[in-house]
Design a protein around this ligand. Sequence first.
Ligand code: ZN
Length: 503
Amino acid sequence: MYAEDAGNGITLPASNSWASVPAVEKDQRVLTVDEKKGKKYENFSEWYNEVIEKADLTDKRYPVKGMNIWTPYGWKLMSLIDAETRRLVDENGHHEVKFPLLIPEDEFQKEADHIKGFGDEVFWVTHAGSTPLDVPLLLRPTSETAMYPIFDLWIRSHADLPLKIYQMVNVFRYETKQTRAFMRMREIHFFEAHTCHETEEEAEIQIREDLEMMDKLAEKLCMPYLKLRRTDWDKFPGAKYTVGGDALLPTGRLLQIAGIHQYLNNFAEAYDITYEGIDGEHRYVHQTTYGMSERLIGAMVSIHGDDKGVVLPPAFAPIQVLLIPIVYGEDPDLMDYCRDVLERLRKMGYRVDVDDRPDIRPGSKFYESEEKGIPLRIDMGGKEMEGKTVTLVRRDTGEKSTVSLEELEDSLEELMNTMEQEMFARAQSHLEDNIEDADDLGSISQEKVYRIGWCGTFECGENIEEATDRNILGTLYHGEEYSGKCIWCGKESSIAVYLCKTH
Ligand code: ZN
């Protein structure tokens, strides 16, 4: 509805700038919110748990660690993000499928690297009642090994290609690190797209298109991110290469929010997925995958929330506008006025609600709408009713403005657009402010992203990671010009890598 034409602010320029994003003009209003103050910078974990609980986005009381309950509010938020994801991939020619949850052990064992990567995280089903199963089954940690034996049956000739499918399902991974809502779970809400192509070049094009889709989604999440081509030792198990999408959290650490993988015909060989070309020759298909998860919510909440609670981007907020009648006692006329405005907003297509609970004071309602991160509040009292106006209050900046009913439609549209752009711009400033060039190991001490020179050898990479207690997250996917020295061995280098702690 809004921001459709906002332009893609986060496409990586092929310039020599380290930034993943072209600079956004920072206007005064962007700067009125001080991003670096508040509890989330002082004690992130505690702050994060508190705001998520206050917003009622999840219920952690389920008696299995790492498996939370999706509450109505949290699930609505996830569903709105999923709907946009669906729209983007459908438009790109993908089709939605749903594969079974259980995978037989023998299919899972076919790709050696893949097994090595996931083996220890797998949940097993070994019995039916008291009878052991002939072939043990596992709960999908991801669906390559469920899908690819079937792709072998689906794909016969070049006419069946490209095959582009996706699913949104739960996956299971036995996390041994401390679990955290939306970020590190054992049952994960997951999006996975799988494609098969005739040639490597077509698979490469798909990867570029995946990143464009990710950009569009990230724009509506108001979430800039780095696109980093992982090092060989950090790629997805079984992939030729991996591009990670990494968002910077208030902790100064990166959280991977998307993974896009070029498999070439690595899996195709393991699962014998071939097609007959126009020349009658049989060849292996080239495959890619694109994965995202509920981490999008975790990152979004962390980036935009403040001490009052979460701040949801207008595009995905389950309630975009909340009307609050400023009334003490009964006032039927004011309630009529409220219902009129509510109807108007519904007709405009907004997700809107009115908080007309009679026994709660307006102040408490304001407080609650802030905790829930509702982007816009509309206060309506006697003054507004008389003047046929409403007072709009932005969640992100707290700014108030009064507009007449005639202007309401245009004002809302404009305000939602502005909020989206400014939320993005603030997050982008935070990202840019936290990337720093380093040319000696001694200067790497803060919680931020360091850009360093690297000669490209595994040995130096390993030493750098060990010495700094940080991960090398890779090189910019779109490339950049760099001339410096390997921070470990001192050799001249044209490769810049991004070094950071991760969540
Ligand atoms: Zn080196």
